[in-house]
Design a protein around this ligand. Sequence first.
Ligand SMILES: Cc1ncc(COP(=O)(O)O)c(C=O)c1O
Length: 443
Amino acid sequence: MTSIDVTEVSTHTDVWCSPRWIHPTFLPASGSSAVRISLMPSAQTHEIPAASRLENIRYAIRDLACVADELTRQGHKVVPLNIGDPLNFDFHTPPHIIEAVYKAMRDGKNGYAPSPGIPVALEAIRGEAARKGITTVRDVFVTSGVSETVDACISALVNPGEDILTPRPDYPLYSAILCKLGIALNTYDLNEDDAWQPELADIERKVTPHTRGIVLINPNNPTGSLCTRQMLEQVAELARRHNLLVFSDEIYDKLILEDTPHIAFASVAPDVPCVTFGGMSKNYLVPGWRIGWGIVSGEAAAVKSYTDGVQRLLRARLCANHPEQYAIKPALEGPQDHLVEVQRKLRSRRDLTQKWCEATPRVSCVAPRGAFYAYPKIDIPESDEIFVKELIRQKHVMVVHGSGFGQKPGTQHFRIVFLPDEQTLTKAYAGIADFIRERYGKP
Ligand SMILES: Cc1ncc(COP(=O)(O)O)c(C=O)c1O
């Protein structure tokens, strides 16, 4: 009698069977009347491939972390000018909103919340919409960060074969979600020569009968630009003509670095179907809490079916984080003192950044007017991705390459997060200037 192993079956059972059930290659040379099969436990080694839809998903902001991790392991300190998390620097969450979440947890608000959000938060968001000048609010809902609002609102709109116009450069979440849904990208350019305003002629060129919506990011990541009122009116006009839903991502609307106030798209176009995205991550310095929201506005009849679709998706995912929702009302309606301090720091760091860009050969930059990003152009004979990776390796300063956000062919950029204090920024910028001089020489 003979025994053979059959691998990749996770059980210990041994069985005996007739040789006629065994493939001849497994049988011993000498004849035998029964074969013992030992079903051995073993590791599953077959590769599980990811869905091919995901092949084009890149998140350059975090993908670069591998290069930085290697340097950190070698004992170097890397200056992170790549991730827009104010809590990594000298910014602090307002204590009264932390108290509100503590209290909610102590009061037992630890179960599931209603799918659209808790009533007290929804009421506060409606109040915020009114302060933003949005008069035709049809629905509001709370999500796990603006990231989830974007996902739900795009998923509820597009069918296979349809598309949504997204800006180039853009915040990469938009293209990632479209890839996930199997929707082909349709990007319109932001015009660097016009302070990064949307290029209307390009939008007109790109709209097709299958285009369902358009994304505006205002204030913008990665450029730090603000849309002018005239631009918003022109986009509204275009949306009316082509029956588009506008997604207006206004997550940075309280981080304005100019004296002019932020203008909400939905306030200039109350009739145009629009979802305004807002959240706590940046304005209230709690990106880890994952609280965002959507405000649907426009003619009631026009947005009804779409809003029902969003709500169906929200029910399917149960709810957003529950205790954290209790911070929404005190954040939006309580003291806003922290914003004065945040804006003071950001203005000073923006000015320092802009001066450096103006003084550095091969670098030029449209001055940021909102958020905490600068998006300088660089004039170099190689790709901005190589520039960024070599900069990390040689000077231990981490920025993100423009190609990670999309840019007009033939141009190169990098995104700076100017959240660190002035001393850290000055040192980092000196490192970048040295790197540019040493690697590329004079232009
Ligand atoms: C333009 C923009 N939208 C959305 C998000 C995601 O925000 P949240 O933390 O609320 O998911 C970010 C984060 O950086 C962003 O820059």
